[in-house]
Design a protein around this ligand. Structure first.
Ligand code: HEM
Length: 415
């Protein structure tokens, strides 16, 4: 049954709703059509406005002077917000790029922006390609049946990002677990514990690990990203422990589940649209367009939040100073006003003005790297792939933040 607007709005603050794509998209379509800027009041969550149309998400992102990332950049429970606000009041909160606004945001972003610019990323491409090949070989070694998410997709992007950061391979498994605990935080299978204290413990573990790394890179600088962060200076001073630790956290986490969800969801889209798989295999020059279509299709970042710094009218709705807004990226990326036939997976879609990487001053710092990774993986895989088909039902991750498939059983033959 089609949900009412209020039920549809509440789905956005229901982690389980995200594990069921069809149900989520049905709710989002109702909101776009009937109440595109909709007040969501869900038990256990502070209220927020759900912004579901592409044009409105763009407007909110553009007006970063008015719609600020602090103090509530991501959707959490009211209890999570309470603890976060208490930490902000004590000056002990995590301060990653997504928690910041100008002027601090511009200064701190510049440290990583140089490293992540497309030209610098292209220089890293051979290393990314080598890792992609390793994971396609792994697929071959698995012998024709596997859970593509758990055995391949979650590993490759993490290895890329950790190897760019300069971490030793012996630490990769520990990082995999920590990033999953941090980002898959609403999904029971991924959790270390259920209380906000247990979730906080994950963040603190991260900080402890990266504090040691900072000390090591300050003592012996190298040419990796960890050295760039550890030795960065703002007004002649090194970054504080909080800012350094936060930088590592955002890169290790933002660069991982996002890309692995895209690769898994992208393969799933190809498997379930065999005509598009054949088309892409026959013409690999479509790959850059196909990569962006996979990113639009999956939209692994489900939302970021903004807080209004002043009263503002958005699509006829008065937003009050202090109100929160949720930017519903999966909805913007299926907006019928912007995408021709938005529910068609089309590896040649052009133009494709998706908002999966956000927009404006917070636009994803790792977008160029993410595109290189997804492209490298499928360029290595497709020429060797003879056949692929589903081998059971896939399952989705229950999370309101970053995610996609948790399991994707496939059967395949590789050359
Ligand atoms: C921010 C999506 C991969 C690093 C963001 C934002 C989105 C996003 C939606 C927020 C943008 C906004 O507020 O307007 C994605 C998607 C990815 C991906 C869909 C993969 C397909 C990566 C990778 C890295 C990365 C590989 C780094 C290794 C970051 C950072 C930010 C960010 C550092 C914060 C930027 C800021 O606030 O200034 N990403 N991301 N992301 N992303 Fe990504």
């Amino acid at each position: 049954m089609t949900p009412t607007v209020d039920e549809a709005g509440r789905a956005l603050a229901t982690p389980a709703a995200y594990a069921d794509e069809a149900r989520l998209h049905e709710a989002l379509a109702v909101l776009r059509r009937e109440s595109p800027v909709h007040l969501v009041e869900q038990d256990g969550y502070n209220p927020f406005w759900a912004v579901t149309r592409h044009a409105d998400v763009l407007e909110v992102e553009r007006r970063h002077d008015l719609f600020r990332n602090a103090p509530r950049p991501v959707l959490g429970t009211a209890e999570f917000d309470r603890m976060n606000n208490a930490r902000i009041a004590q000056g002990a909160a995590m301060r990653t790029l997504v928690h910041m606004d100008d002027p601090d945001h511009r200064v701190i972003r510049a440290i990583g922006a140089d490293w992540f610019r497309p030209k610098a990323m292209r220089a890293l491409e051979p290393r990314v390609r080598e890792l992609a090949r390793r994971y396609v070989d792994r697929l071959a070694d698995l012998g024709g049946r596997c859970d593509f998410v758990q055995e391949v997709a979650v590993h490759f992007p993490l290895y890329v990002i950790l190897s760019l950061l300069g971490l030793p391979e012996s630490d990769f498994d520990r990082m995999l677990r920590l990033t999953q605990e941090l980002f898959g935080g609403d999904d029971e299978e991924m959790q270390r514990g259920t209380t906000p204290e247990e979730k906080l413990a994950v963040v603190l573990d991260f900080f402890a690990y990266f504090q040691e790394l900072t000390a090591a890179r300050r003592a012996h600088p190298t040419d990796d990203l960890a050295s760039a962060i550890a030795n960065a200076r703002v007004d002649g001073e090194p970054l504080s422990d909080t800012d350094t630790g936060s930088y590592y956290v955002i890169i290790a986490t933002a660069g991982h589940d996002t890309t692995s969800s895209t690769i898994a969801g992208g393969l799933h889209a190809l498997v379930t649209h065999p005509d598009q798989l054949d088309r892409l295999r026959a013409d690999l020059s479509l790959m850059p367009l196909a990569v962006d279509e996979m990113i639009r299709w999956v939209t692994p970042v489900k939302a970021f939040m903004r807080t209004a710094a002043a009263d503002h009218e958005l699509r006829g709705v008065t937003i009050r100073r202090g109100d929160s807004l949720l930017l519903a990226y999966p909805s913007a990326n299926r907006d019928e006003d912007v995408f021709a036939d938005p529910f068609r997976f089309d590896v040649g879609r052009d133009p494709n003005k998706h908002l999966a990487f956000g927009f404006g001053v917070h636009y994803c710092l790792g977008a160029a790297l993410a595109r290189i990774e997804v492209r490298a993986f499928f360029e290595e895989l497709l020429p060797r792939l003879r056949s692929v088909e589903p081998d059971g039902e896939p399952t989705g991750i229950a999370t309101t933040f970053v995610g996609g498939l948790k399991r994707l059983p496939i059967r395949y033959t590789l050359e």
